[in-house]
Every structure is written in C-alpha cells, then in structure tokens.
Design a protein around this ligand. Structure first.
Ligand code: COA
Length: 326
C-alpha cells in the first residue's frame, strides 16, 4: 500500500543574514544577489546544532500528524552537515524524542535529500517493513561556507524540515517517485570530508580544514538543472499518466529563482503555481522542499485532493521527484 504524508514541520534559526550584511563581508551588492538569484536573506543557526534544528522540525511534524514518538518505526535524516559521523543526527533525534521503537539513520543525497527520502519512506511502507516513517532534512550549511568567497556565501542558509509518512488506504498519498544521479559531474559541487592520506603515519598529515568549504562551478550546475529538473518532473508525471497542467503546486528545490522561471516557461505554467521562499531563506539544501511544504500548510495553501509535485537537484550530482495527491 502506498504511503501518505500525515504531517509536516519546520524550523528556521532566528538570525537573519541580509544582503546588506554580505555587502560588508565580500565585494557584492544587493542588486547582484537579487537579480542573479532572487535571495534577499537567509537564516544562520548561531549556537544550534543540526540535531537541534532536526528535533524542532520533527516535533512540529509529529504534532501536525497526530503521531506519538513511540509510533515511529524509522527515522531518516538527510543532511550534508551532520554534527558527528556517529552518533548520527537521526539517532540524536530518536533519543531526544523518545522514539524508542524506531530504527534511525542519516544519509546524504545533498539537495535532493528530501525527495530521495520520500521515495525511501514510501518504499519501506509499500513493502510492509515499516508503518510510520519520520523524514527529516536538516542543514547547518554555514559551517561549510567560506564567508570570503562571494560566489557561494550569498547563496546558502540553515534550516530544517520534516514530514511523517504512514500507509494511505484511500488512494491518496505518494503516487510516484523518481531518483537519479550523475556522478560524472560530482566535482561541480564539492564539500570535503575526511582527508586522503598517502601515508597515515607520515610527517605532514593534511588537516580537515584543507577541504572543509563548499566550492561550486555555478554555471555547470546551472546547465545541469536545465535538463535534470525537467527530467525529474517528467518522470514523476509519466509514471501515472499526469500532465504538468494537472498539478496544483510545484515545490522545487530553492536554489535560484531563474531555475523556477525556466521551469515555468518550459511547461507554460503560471509562476504562481511554483512556491518560492528562497527570497527569505536562500538555498538550504535538502531542507528547502520540506521548509516550503510546512510554510504552505501554515498559510492554508494545501488542501485535500490537490496534486503536488516535489523536485530536488544538486550535489552528487543528484536529482529526483515525487508526485503526491493530498
Ligand atoms: N556578487 C557580485 N558578483 C558576483 C558574485 C557576487 N556574489 N558572485 C559571482 N559574481 C561575479 C562573477 O565573479 C562573474 O564576474 P566576471 O564576469 O567578472 O567573471 C559574474 O558575477 C558572473 O558570474 P557567474 O558565475 O556567471 O554568475 P551566474 O549568473 O551564473 O550566477 C549562480 C551564479 C551560482 C547564482 C548560478 O550559476 C546558479 O544559481 N547556479 C546553480 C546553482 C544550483 O542550482 N545549485 C543547486 C544545488 S545547491
């Protein structure tokens, strides 16, 4: 049986990093940032860890779903910025929630993390292996951003989003999903992790900070999105014989307003059908799609029977989509 999204939640830190403040850090301008990206400000998690943001979003999603922590049997966390490799963010959240009947794991599909997680949650539920899956996407991107690099520091922000999935039973819920990667373009968006050492016992061990910061070949990634995003959208629609004009809302990864415009033009869509909050939160990697969903729900924009298309794309490079009947 397919799965249904029972509830959503989100958390964004209080601190607002505005374009005006970035003008003081690097050689940039509000005009350039707004024209080239559509971003006005982003949130920065001062004194909060990824797990703190993940927990706050998860608590809101559980309350929205009316599901108790003990009823959850799997916690999936997508993140490129875990607080530690072990314990995972998922295990920290499991402990803090008291979700004592849940398995828990982190995974990394970069900015496609939420849509990958929807596919995983749906597959676990369809197979009957799990019944209630808590999906969380939490990103503390400021820790991998070099605030002297104007090509990246204006883009990214921190935040978390979450959703609870359970068996549907009434034909609504996750209708189709798609996930794909093109690792041949992986270096176009790079964040280092453990250093590679030719001689682990040698005199000059490289430091982790050598490869700590995110670097991006923005134009290459932009070109990739021109084929990856329509491919993801088409694959989700084709599987169930739907067309773009039947979709009530498109919720795309919030990377750049120009990508939204490109999608609207390609499918002849009214841009108002594509939800946007990157103006206020920037690119929060995998958190961006559930952040949108939680905000849309709070604003009363989501109604039973609507068709929602989610699409993610980014580091890996990865891309994917999910078509959901509310
Ligand atoms: N302020 C002012 N100028 C800047 C700047 C900034 N913050 N960042 C770059 N520039 C300059 C560049 O140095 C370049 O100057 P030059 O022509 O003198 O060399 C010029 O602006 C144009 O740079 P370019 O990289 O071509 O800009 P762009 O229009 O492609 O925009 C991105 C850059 C990153 C916004 C855009 O490529 C993008 O959104 N890429 C896709 C990102 C994405 O989808 N990521 C998804 C996964 S996270």
């Amino acid at each position: 049986m397919q799965s249904k999204m029972l509830g959503v939640g989100s958390y964004v830190p209080e601190y607002r990093l505005t374009n005006a403040e970035l003008e003081r850090l690097v050689e940039t301008s509000d005009e350039w940032i707004v024209q080239r990206t559509g971003i006005h400000e982003r949130r920065i998690a001062k004194g909060k860890r990824t797990a703190d943001m993940a927990l706050a979003a998860a608590q809101q999603a559980l309350a929205d779903a009316g599901v108790a922590p003990e009823e959850i049997d799997l916690i999936l966390v997508s993140t490129v910025t875990p607080d530690s490799l072990t314990p995972t963010v998922a295990c920290r959240v499991q402990a803090a929630l008291g979700a004592k009947n849940a398995a828990a794991l982190d995974f990394n599909a970069a900015c496609s993390g939420f849509v990958y997680a929807v596919e995983m949650a749906d597959s676990y539920i369809r197979s009957g292996k799990k019944k209630r899956v808590l999906v969380i996407s939490a990103e503390r991107l400021h820790s991998v951003i070099d605030y002297t690099d104007r090509t990246t520091c204006v883009l990214f922000g921190d935040g978390a989003g979450a959703a609870v999935f359970a068996p549907s039973g009434d034909g609504s819920g996750v209708l189709s999903t798609y996930s794909m990667a093109d690792g041949t373009m992986g270096d176009a968006l790079y964040i280092g992790a453990l250093p590679v050492e030719d001689d682990p016992f040698g005199a000059s061990r490289p430091t982790v900070t050598d490869t700590r910061y995110l670097t991006m070949a923005g134009n290459d990634v932009f070109r990739f999105t021109a084929t990856a995003v329509p491919a993801a959208i088409d694959k989700a629609l084709e599987q169930v014989g739907k067309t773009a004009d039947e979709v009530d809302w498109f919720v795309l990864h919030q990377a750049n307003q120009r990508i939204i415009k490109m999608v609207a033009k390609k499918y002849g869509l009214d841009e108002r059908k594509i939800y946007i909050n990157m103006d206020r939160f920037g690119n929060t990697s995998s958190a961006s799609v559930p952040l949108c969903l939680a905000e849309m729900k709070q604003k009363g924009l989501l109604h039973e029977g609507q068709l929602i298309l989610l699409a993610g794309f980014g580091g890996g490079l990865t891309y994917g989509s999910a078509l959901i009947r509310l």
